[in-house]
Design a protein around this ligand. Structure first.
Ligand SMILES: Cc1cc2nc3c(=O)[nH]c(=O)nc-3n(C[C@H](O)[C@H](O)[C@H](O)COP(=O)(O)O)c2cc1C
Length: 328
């Protein structure tokens, strides 16, 4: 039976949010998340120790992760009470960045369901301001800090400085909207040096977030190099680069159910090729409990999503948890 809160969100999304211009809908959604104490409602959570997983030695109460998108600490703290087993903060760069000009986010209706294409370009407050903000954040569930840079030195500094405040550190080499981050996958040798340096910069477990656009490079070069550097967690992956003339950059990253089948295939292959040498977070396209189960059954240790949080609402994690629990 559909939960009344899920039905309410569907009406709100279909009737209001999806009809507003994207920037208005984003602002409204984020304001609502900041202001409404949804995390106080027990309806969003399931406390069942049998659902816990361990990622890089860190215990997550369940395998559902909110993928990188938000840096506002009020939203991150709220999200920690909305059923997720861990919450990822937006990728932070050394200096503040305004991101790309609007339009930088558009909705798409694909055959698989509603998705997004963004060319956000890492709009974020930068290392200093974000470090000060997360220093006060209470970790109701583990916090994954995400870092993005243009040089080895950037990543090392960010991993060291933010690692102190996160439970795990994700380093993003896969967002398609800034050439310098996306290009790491095209320079696997430099990437090897980067991973070794980042691994030495923090004692926190590291996650490398890779792109679905470079499956071959990922599996031939990047994952083996990560393992050699002692990085045992792979987040596969980020958005898929697509042309999108409505965006200010003429292209962006596609997220949502259209990329799910690729996420599933990538997870399955990665588990087959690397066995239990990697812990795998599968991200991309989850918007139903069934898709979450399929990723876990394909060998994912945990799964991440962001677009499903927007299109299906904050109850999705709880719906997935119910199905996971019913299977135990
Ligand atoms: C507006 C927007 C901003 C994002 N920002 C980041 C980011 O800062 N760092 C990152 O690693 N991924 C970022 N992502 C990618 C998501 O974390 C996720 O990997 C991707 O959207 C695929 O998952 P989904 O289909 O569940 O959304 C962003 C996605 C969107 C839509």
């Amino acid at each position: 039976m559909t939960h009344p809160l899920a039905t309410l969100y569907r009406l709100l999304y279909d009737g209001v949010l999806s009809r507003l211009p994207e920037p208005t809908a984003v602002a409204l959604g984020q304001t609502a998340l900041r202001l409404l104490p949804l995390d106080r409602l027990p309806a969003f959570r399931v406390g069942d120790a049998r659902l816990a997983v361990t990622l890089g030695g860190v215990r997550l109460p369940n395998p559902i992760i909110l993928a990188a998108m938000y840096y506002d600490t009020r939203i991150l703290e709220r999200a920690m009470g909305l059923g997720f087993g861990a919450v990822t903060a937006k990728s932070i760069t050394r200096n503040p960045r305004p991101g790309h000009p609007e339009p930088n986010l558009v909705r798409v209706r694909t055959a698989a369901g509603p998705g997004l294409v963004n060319c956000n370009g890492f709009a974020n407050p930068g290392l200093e301001a974000f470090r000060a903000a997360i220093a006060r954040l209470r970790h109701r569930v583990p916090l994954i800090v995400s870092v993005a840079g243009e040089s080895v030195d950037d990543y090392v500094t960010l991993a060291r400085e933010l690692g102190a405040f996160g439970d795990l550190v994700e380093f993003n080499i896969s967002s398609p909207n800034t050439k310098l981050v996306y290009a790491w996958s095209q320079r696997p040798d430099e990437l090897r040096a980067l991973m070794t340096a980042v691994a030495a910069a923090t004692t926190k477990p590291l996650i490398v977030k890779i792109s679905p656009d470079f499956a071959d490079v990922n599996e031939r070069h990047i994952i083996p190099a990560a393992l050699e550097a002692g990085i045992g967690i792979v987040n596969y992956g980020n958005t898929r680069r697509v042309e999108e003339p409505r965006l200010s950059q003429g292209a962006g990253g596609l997220s949502g159910p259209e990329i799910f089948e690729a996420t599933l295939a990538n997870a399955r292959r990665t588990r087959r090729v690397f066995g239990d040498r990697v812990q795998l977070i599968a991200t991309g396209g989850v918007d139903t409990p069934d898709k979450a189960l399929r990723l876990l059954d394909a060998g994912a240790t945990a799964l991440g999503y962001f677009t499903g949080f927007i299109t299906q609402g904050p109850l999705l994690a709880r719906r997935i948890l119910d199905v996971l629990r019913a299977r135990l």
